[in-house]
Design a protein around this ligand. Sequence first.
Ligand code: HPA
Length: 278
Amino acid sequence: MPRRARLPNPSATAAIIQKRSELRPTIGLVLGSGFGGVTAAMTIEREFAYRDLPGFPTGTVPGHAGRLLIGAWQGVPLAVLSGRAHYYEGFEMAESTYSIRVLAELGIQTVLLTNAAGGINPKFKIGDYMVLSDHINLMGFNPLRGPETNGLNRFVDLSAAYDPELRGRALAAGKQAKVKVHTGVYLAVCGPSFETPAEIRAFNSLGADAVGMSTVPETIVARQHGLRVLGISCITNAAAGLGGEGHVVSHLDVMELAEQRQGHAVRLLSHLIPELPT
Ligand code: HPA
């Protein structure tokens, strides 16, 4: 029996949230490593621990808090997923993307997915940002595998998975915030081990600019619900083999760099969020 069958209907979980919150945001924000500081800048109306929301997975990686926040930033109502459940933690794809379905049921129309990624493109410096123009799914799995969900089309078109108009707004926000924002292709792997230098060379020749372990399943599910998707990566490290003699890729370094860049992320998003269509 597919595991998705055991998850509650996302509309039931959305109803629990809406019963306890008056705000009806149309913008959703998924906070990856390096973007958590955003919550401190928000006015929070309601906060839900994932463990109190049926179907929500509880993550295991330090630095991923596991809270859904309903609130506003500079007057813009937002639903924020603070902390995500990664596939590498052992969750099924359907579990790790369930919260995106709940966002869709809450009335979210635009979702901003953020993450930390390793830089492959030699032009990228550590601490720069990349707005996703496209992705390559090398996770080996697709979150839409299995029975059809609530009658939604499973043969989702991904020709323009990342909304070009929103991308333009992110680049403009980067200029205003004086934060370097590139455009590029995000390649997703399962993790949790980092890549080998040979894999990174291969990914480079496939057209990838950055590599990470999240976001792609969420994008696919969001597109199935017809949400407009914007993806932004914080380039936290040089990908394997690209960091010079003796360089290694470490989760601790990724988290430390992500932490250092919180201020930049807040600045970037404070210019971006008010410009997103509601
Ligand atoms: N590889 C995969 N995922 C990552 C990396 C990386 O180098 N950095 C941050 N997330």
